[in-house]
Design a protein around this ligand. Structure first.
Ligand SMILES: [Zn+2]
Length: 182
């Protein structure tokens, strides 16, 4: 089984979201999450929707690939582990699709927690510059390079799904190189 650790990161972030936003009285293992505002009730409702939508997306994807997958775990943060286990039989290309969804959700969870720095760890797909920044209004990562613009002269911007796909493909290529080298 190709295990990248991205599923563990996604699961940890989902657990933090649940602890911080759905059970605000509970300490979240001493991990501090910086936020500009104190979460209000409507924000927590958004968070319920966010968590449910994330779990449903993984569940639907898994069932489409593995109709006999059985019941998913009751705990939301265990859905990634379940999905990876139930799709072990898939060929690598189709596993990459699942890994891309999981990695994208991991980015989405971080952004939902207020940690926008996760997009900075990706270089711009067009110009290669490091330092993408998150524009909440666009829900896209925008390039810092002033010369990196689209046909209309606007700064280039990228949906998380695009960054996730590049990340997962690059990771798989590195793994294959390592395998070939040994
Ligand atoms: Zn760029």
């Amino acid at each position: 089984m190709s295990h990248t650790g991205d599923d563990d990161i996604a699961a940890n972030r989902l657990r933090l979201l649940q602890q911080d936003f759905l059970e605000p009285g509970r300490p979240s293992n001493g991990v501090r999450v910086s936020r500009s505002t104190t979460p209000s009730a409507p924000l927590r409702l958004d968070m319920v929707d966010h968590i449910q939508a994330s779990v449903s997306e993984i569940e639907e994807h898994t069932r489409a690939e593995a109709p006999d997958a059985g019941a998913r775990p009751a705990a939301a943060d265990r859905v990634y582990e379940w999905a990876y286990q139930r799709t072990r039989h898939l060929d690598p290309q189709r596993r990459l699709v699942l890994e891309t969804v999981v990695y994208r959700q991991s980015l989405e969870h971080a952004i939902a927690m207020g940690d926008h720095s996760v997009v900075r760890r990706h270089s711009c797909p067009a110009c290669g510059t490091w330092g993408l920044f998150w524009r909440p209004g666009l829900r896209k990562a925008v390039c810092v390079n002033h010369y990196c613009t689209d046909d209309q002269g606007r700064p280039r911007s990228w949906p998380l799904a695009h960054l996730a796909h590049r990340h997962v493909v690059a990771q798989a290529a590195r793994k294959n190189l390592n395998v070939n080298a040994t």
